[in-house]
Design a protein around this ligand. Structure first.
Ligand SMILES: Nc1ncnc2c1ncn2[C@@H]1O[C@H](COP(=O)(O)OP(=O)(O)OP(=O)(O)O)[C@@H](O)[C@H]1O
Ligand SMILES: CC(C)(CO)[C@@H](O)C(=O)[O-]
Ligand code: BAL
Length: 284
């Protein structure tokens, strides 16, 4: 069935109120649209963990820097509604920016430690925008469960932290990265890539896999693991934005991956003009 489209805050409140009266538990999947199988995996898992699934489709202006791709971010609302319908989504919240940021809006959420470095450093203000919109969505929908992808790993940790610190009460579920058959992490921004760039973009997933393989064969020095990723970027002529190994939960930088430690190797790189990210677990 086609999902119901909600456009305003009173519409969301009325819909959520009805769910509560019916005793139906909600799973929320926040997105920026141009949906792919990664998003669908979150929606389907939402359906397994709750009684009803809602998605939001909102290209949130406050998380884009002034020189970033807000104006040309890919959009396909009709196609997205079809994908939501086949994933069992009952309601789609698709507000105009003025609904989330009306005149007089003045409340922003800063999550400090886990926003440091990585995308937090390379995209100043990005996580403030993400944390602000996700806090609004969790406060409005009050879902039992909210699902996010590990592809945006630092974002997931930022959201876990704000949900805990602000007592928002959702179960935050992180879902594994869905990949194309050749390993490229699915991402709406892959649509920007030319055929040649699409091939070269494989360097990100190859690089993080090379780091995983090195750790499995006993290399614990994170400098050596980072170099393995850099070699793949260089071979494909990608420009590094960052490559780091960090603690998987706190995201503190690591010099070595200790036995029993859960770490993560994270990469961001430019393939032509398109900035892509990827990451993988490194279990010491
Ligand atoms: N390949 C993927 N596998 C699993 N989850 C994903 C994947 N790609 C995105 N997600 C998750 O879907 C949610 C919405 O993400 P978003 O709409 O920004 O899509 P995106 O493909 O990551 O777009 P972008 O190219 O802008 O990064 C986020 O929680 C994100 O982590
Ligand atoms: C979580 C999110 C929907 C907030 O705008 C966005 O950052 C995304 O799509 O990953
Ligand atoms: N997928 C995270 C949202 C962003 O890159 O702005």
């Amino acid at each position: 069935m086609a999902p119901r489209v909600l456009r305003t805050v009173p519409e969301v409140k009325a819909w959520v109120e009805t769910l509560q009266q019916e005793g139906r538990r909600l799973a929320l999947v926040p997105t920026m649209g141009f949906l792919h199988e990664g998003h669908v995996s979150l929606m389907r898992e939402g359906g397994r963990r709750a009684d009803v699934v809602a998605a939001s489709i909102f290209v949130n202006p406050t998380q884009f820097g002034p020189r970033e791709d807000l104006a040309r971010y890919p959009r396909d609302f009709e196609g997205d509604l079809g994908r939501c319908a086949s994933a069992g989504v009952e309601a789609v919240f698709a507000p105009e920016p003025s609904v989330m940021y009306p005149p007089g809006y003045q409340t922003y959420v800063d999550v400090t430690d886990v926003s440091q470095g990585l995308c937090g450093e390379r995209r100043p203000g990005h996580f403030r925008g993400v944390a602000t919109i996700v806090t609004q969505l969790l406060a409005l929908f009050r879902p039992k469960v909210a699902l996010f992808g590990e592809k945006d790993y630092q974002q997931l940790q930022v959201i876990r932290t704000l949900n805990r610190d602000l007592h928002l009460g959702a179960d935050i579920v992180g879902m594994p990265t869905v990949r194309e058959a050749d390993g490229l992490a699915m991402s709406s921004r892959n649509a920007y890539l030319s055929a040649d760039e699409r091939q070269r973009a494989l360097a990100l997933s190859k690089g993080v896999r090379a780091a995983q393989a090195l750790l499995s064969s006993g290399t614990r020095d994170t400098g050596v693991l980072v170099d393995a990723v850099r070699r793949e970027l260089k071979a494909a002529d990608l420009r590094e934005d960052y490559v780091e190994v960090r603690d998987a939960e706190t995201l503190s930088p690591l010099g070595t991956v200790a036995p029993g430690q859960t770490a993560r190797v994270l990469v961001a790189a430019f393939c032509g003009a398109t900035r892509l990210i990827d990451n993988m677990p490194l279990d010491g």
